[in-house]
Design a protein around this ligand. Structure first.
Ligand code: BES
Ligand code: MN
Ligand code: ZN
Length: 486
C-alpha cells in the first residue's frame, strides 16, 4: 500500500475517509451523512466504520467514518490503529483502488496520525502468492492512500512507523511461508536479501562450526533433517560504542514434526510457524535498522528442522550442550529448548549482554494457559519484566508474567544426566522456562517469552488478517525505544 501526503488530493477519487472519536462532532460533513451515521447507530466507538454516499457536484462520493473511541482512553494509540485498520478491512477488496484519508479536524498529534497509518498499512498485508485462481473481485484493490490534513510532523513520524511496518511484514512472510520454502538456509538467504544496504552485520554458523563449538543440543535436533542447521546473527550498532548490547534470541524450528517422538497428523502443518520466535527477532532487527535506532542490538536465531529419520536422535539419548551441561532427551518433541540452550549460551560467551530476551513458540501448554491473548513471560529480573509488560501494553503485543522457582526447577533433574528435557505434564511451560534458565549466567537480566499462542491467528485481529500476525516485532521495537534508546 502506497501512502502519499498531499494538501490537494486528486478530485476524482471517490472514496473519502475520516477518523471520528466517540461523541465528537462531525463538523464539515454533509448533514445528511451525519444524520445517516446517527441512524446507523454510528457513535465513533472503536472499530466501527460507517459508510454513506453523497454527491458532490454530480460526482458520487463514498464517505467512510472510522471510529477511534474515546480520545482520552489509555489505549488511545491502539484505538487509532484500529480505526485505520478498520478502513483497510472494509475497503481492501472493495474494488476501490485509492482512498483519500482526511486526518484534519480529529485533534490528532503527528504520532496519533502515524498510528492511524500504521494500523491501515498492517491490516492490508496478505500472502496471496500461491493463490493463482483467486477471483478478480477477491483480490486486494486498494493500493494508494492520499493523506490530507495531517498534522505537522506526521511524515517524519510515519517514516519511523513505516520501518516498523516493514519489519512486521517481513516476519509475517517468514512465518507464513511453508517449510519447503523456509528452512534454515533459505531463512538466512531471506535475511541477507532483506537486510542488504541496511548497515547490519550478519554472521552465519553452519553445522561444522557449531559442532566444533560443542553445541550438541542444537545439533542433535537437526540430526534427522536433510537441511543443514544454522545459527544466524544480525547485529545493529546504532548506539554509543561502549553501550552493552541488548540481545534477542529466537527459536527458529522451521518445521517441527516432533522427530522420533512424532506429533499426530492433525494440525501438524501448523508447525511451519515454529520459527515464529526467530521470525520476530529478524523482523525486529529489520525495523531497528530501518529506522536507524540509536541502540546496540543483536539478534541471534537458532535455525533447525526437527525430522524423524534413521539419523535422528532418539528418546533417551544424552547430549552435551555447549555449556558443558548434559541433557537426557526424553522427548524429541521438546526440541525448542535444546536449540535455545546452545544459542543462549553461545550469545553469552560471545557478547557482554546488557539483557537477553528470548522468544519461542515453546509449549502447547502456554496456549492452554493464556490462549491467544497474551504471550507468557518468564523473567529473572523484575525491572526487565515490567519494561516488557509496558511495551506489550503500548503495542498490543501483550504479555503476562508467569512464575519461576526452585521447586519447578527440581522437576527437570535427570537421574542419569544433569537435566532432562521434559518434566511432568503439569506446569509444562514453566519447566520449559526453568530448562532455559539453567543456561543463563548469574546476573544477566533475562526474559523468556513463550509466544506459541501468538504468532498465528485463526481469525482477523487488531491489525492483522487471519494467518501470520507478526507478533513480537512491535513489542521488541517498543522495548528498544523506551528502554535502550533513552
Ligand atoms: N513447537 C512446539 C510447541 C507448540 C505447540 C507451539 C503447538 C505452537 C503450537 C514444541 O516444540 C513442542 O512440541 N512442545 C511440546 C513439549 C512437550 C513434549 C514437553 C508440547 O508443548 O507438547
Ligand atoms: Mn516440538
Ligand atoms: Zn517446536
Amino acid at each position: 500500500m502506497q501512502i502519499h501526503f498531499t494538501a490537494s488530493p486528486p478530485a476524482e477519487i471517490r472514496l473519502r475517509a475520516r477518523i471520528a472519536n466517540q461523541g465528537a462532532s462531525l463538523a464539515g460533513i454533509d448533514q445528511a451523512l451525519v444524520d445517516g451515521a446517527a441512524a446507523a447507530r454510528f457513535t465513533g466507538r472503536v472499530g466501527q466504520v460507517f459508510e454513506g454516499f453523497t454527491s458532490e457536484g454530480g460526482t458520487l462520493r463514498r464517505i467512510a467514518l472510522a471510529g477511534a473511541g474515546e480520545p482520552t482512553a489509555g489505549e488511545r494509540r491502539l484505538n487509532l490503529e484500529r480505526a485505520g485498520a478498520g478502513l483497510t478491512a472494509k475497503y481492501l477488496v472493495s474494488g476501490e483502488t485509492a482512498m483519500v484519508l482526511d486526518l484534519g479536524g480529529a485533534g490528532l498529534s503527528a504520532d496519533d496520525a502515524a498510528a492511524v497509518l500504521l494500523g491501515l498499512r498492517l491490516r492490508g498485508w496478505r500472502h496471496d502468492k500461491y493463490r493463482t485462481k483467486l477471483a478478480a473481485d477477491k483480490r486486494p484493490s486498494l493500493a494508494t492512500i492520499h493523506v490530507t490534513g495531517a498534522p505537522d510532523g506526521t511524515e517524519a513520524a510515519w517514516e519511523r512507523e513505516a520501518a516498523l511496518a516493514k519489519g512486521v511484514e517481513f516476519t509475517r512472510v517468514l512465518v507464513a511461508e511453508p517449510a519447503n520454502v523456509i528452512y534454515p538456509a533459505s531463512f538466512v538467504a531471506a535475511c541477507e536479501e532483506a537486510f542488504a544496504g541496511t548497515g547490519v552485520e550478519i554472521t552465519v554458523l553452519g553445522e561444522a562450526e557449531m559442532e566444533a563449538l560443542g553445541m550438541g543440543a542444537l545439533i542433535g535436533v537437526g540430526k534427522g533433517s536433510e537441511r543443514e542447521s544454522k545459527l544466524l546473527t544480525i547485529r545493529w550498532n546504532g548506539g554509543a560504542a561502549n553501550d552493552k548490547p541488548t540481545v534477542f534470541v529466537g527459536k527458529g524450528v522451521t518445521f517441527d514434526t516432533g522427530g522420533i517422538s512424532l506429533k499426530p497428523p492433525p494440525g501438524m502443518e501448523d508447525m511451519k510457524w515454529d520459527m515464529g520466535g526467530a521470525g520476530a527477532v529478524a523482523g525486529a532487527m529489520l525495523a531497528l535498522a530501518g529506522r536507524k535506532a540509536k541502540a546496540n542490538v543483536i539478534g541471534v536465531m537458532g535455525l533447525v528442522e526437527n525430522m524423524p529419520d534413521g539419523k535422528a536422535q532418539r528418546p533417551g539419548d544424552i547430549v552435551t550442550t555447549m555449556s558443558g551441561q548434559t541433557v537426557e532427551v526424553l522427548n524429541t518433541d521438546a526440541e525448542g529448548r535444546l536449540v535455545l540452550c546452545d544459542a543462549l549460551h553461545w550469545a553469552q560467551e560471545q557478547y557482554d549482554a546488557a539483557r537477553i530476551v528470548d522468544l519461542a513458540t515453546l509449549t502447547g501448554a502456554m496456549i492452554i494457559a493464556l490462549g491467544n491473548e497474551h504471550g507468557g513471560m518468564f523473567a529473572n529480573d523484575d525491572t526487565l519484566a515490567d519494561q516488557l509488560t509496558a511495551a506489550g501494553k503500548a503495542t498490543g503485543d501483550k504479555l503476562w508474567r508467569m512464575p519461576l522457582g526452585p521447586n519447578y526447577d527440581k522437576l527437570i533433574d535427570s537421574p542419569i544426566a544433569d537435566i532432562k528435557n521434559v518434566g511432568p505434564r503439569e506446569a509444562g511451560s514453566i519447566t520449559a522456562a526453568q530448562f532455559l534458565q539453567r543456561f543463563i549466567k548469574n546476573g544477566t537480566p533475562w526474559a523468556h517469552l513463550d509466544i506459541a499462542g501468538m504468532v498465528w491467528a485463526n481469525k482477523p485481529g487488531h491489525s492483522w488478517d487471519k494467518g501470520a500476525t507478526g507478533y513480537g516485532v512491535r513489542l521488541l521495537d517498543q522495548f528498544v525505544r523506551d528502554v535502550v534508546e533513552q
